[in-house]
Design a protein around this ligand. Structure first.
Ligand SMILES: NC(=O)c1ccc[n+]([C@@H]2O[C@H](COP(=O)([O-])OP(=O)(O)OC[C@H]3O[C@@H](n4cnc5c(N)ncnc54)[C@H](O)[C@@H]3O)[C@@H](O)[C@H]2O)c1
Length: 315
């Protein structure tokens, strides 16, 4: 099968490509390399791998790529994944997260490609604190430009599914961590403590609590659900079993794994890290568990494993 992975040079996309290639697929990766080339250097000369350095907001270039390749299926993971950066410059989320979706859908319509798998996010739910979020939870009011652009992307996808007889799975990821991570709280704490092992600045009051999933668990879920997908359009919350991990617990795990003692935690205060940050959420993952998929790692285990991965990658 010829599979397009948009945003394939990123953290999650590159792990997905590894899994798709391992199953014998031909993979076409499109990325504008916001984060550099590093995640695809190990596969760039592979016989079944082709890379296009294209900005997905450029309809003409994306159309030409679809013209050249006989694409069967699209995985769309390209987006601005740095929510704080987008908060300062809303244009980034509009272009990289929403417009990229629209451009891909248009090329799919023109070149008769019918199947799309989309990387969405818990950020589409906004601040719904008192419920375990299910795929049918309503009243979605995102509080960041990023969440808004993802929810708008989901809506566009639904319209193309209906108007163009496409089919799609929308995966709403929680926080994803593991090897090749480039930012986020786990990564930041490691880097900060490597620079100053005596104290750690923590945004908010440390009680922010979210589920963290280990990358291999996420990739197994995507691969299984994509393979077994029967058509139409469906949404899955992908998550972990049990509770999430607080920011203070992440700090403690990083301190333990770095072998540090008596680190002073300096909280900036307030109940969230920054404007647009949803301080806590909880997923109901009954739907994805009913498919037979189960994550191997709890949220705390995913954090600990990732800390070890990042420290080892530094050595
Ligand atoms: N990492 C997480 O915790 C998480 C959580 C929820 C959802 N997601 C979603 O999963 C997807 C992958 O996330 P990630 O963590 O791997 O992010 P990432 O930033 O590592 O990867 C995204 C890739 O998209 C590329 N890209 C961005 N805009 C582009 C454009 N206009 N044209 C071409 N390429 C472009 C970037 O260069 C980057 O390589 C994203 O859609 C993200 O929103 C991630």
């Amino acid at each position: 099968m010829n599979i397009l992975v948009a945003g394939g040079a990123g953290f999650i996309g590159s792990h997905l490509i590894d899994a798709l290639l391992a199953e014998g697929n031909r993979v076409i990766c499109v990325d504008k390399l916001v984060m550099g080339k590093r995640n695809i250097t190990h596969i760039k000369n592979g016989e079944k791998f082709r890379f296009y350095e294209i900005d997905l907001s450029n309809q003409g270039r994306v159309d030409r790529m679809f013209e050249e390749e006989q694409i069967d299926v699209v995985f769309h993971l390209a987006a601005n994944s740095d929510i704080q950066k987008g908060g300062k410059e809303p244009e980034i989320d509009f272009r990289d997260t929403l417009l990229s979706t629209r451009v891909i859908l248009e090329s799919m319509r023109k070149y008769n490609v019918k199947k799309l798998f989309f990387a969405s996010t818990s950020a589409v739910y906004g601040e719904l604190f008192d419920v375990d979020l299910t795929e049918t939870t309503g009243g979605l009011m995102p509080i960041s430009y990023y969440g808004g652009a993802k929810l708008a992307s989901e809506a566009l996808i639904s319209s193309y599914v209906s108007m163009c007889d496409m089919s799609a799975i929308i995966f709403r990821f929680p926080n994803v961590i593991g090897p090749r991570l480039t930012h986020g709280v786990v990564f930041d704490f490691i880097k900060k403590l490597e620079n100053n092992p005596k104290e750690l600045k923590i945004l908010g009051d440390g009680t922010q609590c979210k589920p963290y999933i280990y990358i291999q668990d996420l990739i197994e879920a995507i691969m299984k659900l994509a393979k077994e997908f029967g058509g139409g359009e469906t949404v899955y919350n992908i998550g972990v079993i049990g509770k999430g991990t607080t920011v203070t617990r992440i700090a403690e795990i990083v301190v333990e794994e770095l072998g540090l003692k008596n680190v002073k935690f300096n909280y900036t205060g307030g109940n969230r890290g920054w404007k647009g940050d949803v301080p806590r959420f909880s997923y109901d993952i009954t739907k994805v568990l009913s498919t037979g998929w189960r994550p191997k790692y709890s949220s705390d285990e995913a954090v600990r494993k990732t800390v070890k991965d990042v420290i080892n990658a530094d050595m």
